[in-house]
Design a protein around this ligand. Sequence first.
Ligand SMILES: [Zn+2]
Length: 317
Amino acid sequence: MMYEATPDERRLFYKEEWNKREIPEFILHSLSLREFGFDLDGTGPSHRYNQFITVEQLENFMRSRAPYSAFASVALYERPSAREGWLKSELALDIDAKDLPFKPCECSNGRVCEQCIDEARRVAMEFADTLAQDLDMRNINFVYSGRGFHIRVVDEAVMGLGQNERGQIVEYVTGGVVPTDTTMAFGYSKVFRERVAKTFGALDGEKLLEIKGMKRPIVQRLMVEKERALEAIRRGRFDDISSFEGMGPKTLSSLLGFLTKINFRFTDGKVTIDTKRILRLPSSLHSGVSMKCMLVRDIEHFKLEDAVPKFVRERVM
Ligand SMILES: [Zn+2]
């Protein structure tokens, strides 16, 4: 199903199927303040520093050039065609199915399938839930990117954040770093405990043997009593885990470090931190996989079929 689109298919898509009305409102209303970037022929997004004052200008460009890929900045600028006069940026999280630290499928490096894309969808929902519940973010949008999902937050309070704060948000949401701040006197946050428990639950014994100082008898114990270990992590009773025979505080700390490092790989932190990033434009074609990048209004019920362009359905028949 996921083959590269030919130049003819791209032209057909932009002539007959692409619709400017599928560009999300949160991009449309700030269109002229964004930098647009394009990969015109499949060699990389080198056509940067473009500005469109009206959506009709963008439409003309898309129809006449039928780009291999189209992107728009998460940032708004006074002078987008010079990437100058930064005003603010969306908060973006990129969950790419091909980069998930563990997958429910047999996809090799760089490949994606329906199963791992669905796993990326679940991860995106979890992260968005944390952004909403714990950090009180309201205007959270999901975009199917072609190989995974983007979370794009456009709350005013969030758009002014700098790189450091964005980095801390990624760490918090993913459970990607062992927290060390003063709140630790009250124990690990719920989201941290849950993320770590989930990753621990998904690992097998062989994987745990990669941890520094971890010996086979401890791993065997942890595997036999996995439920007890999981419960201890979920409740933040890490003393219970270090009471597993042979497991000292050092090994426990290596275990936590190992699990958080895996957690950190569920999203590409560089995307979130980079306030000048360009992201694939919803409505455009992801030519590498012949899928539509699109705004997802109902993430819970998203079906991959919704993103299949007409020309793909016709080519299968
Ligand atoms: Zn897969």
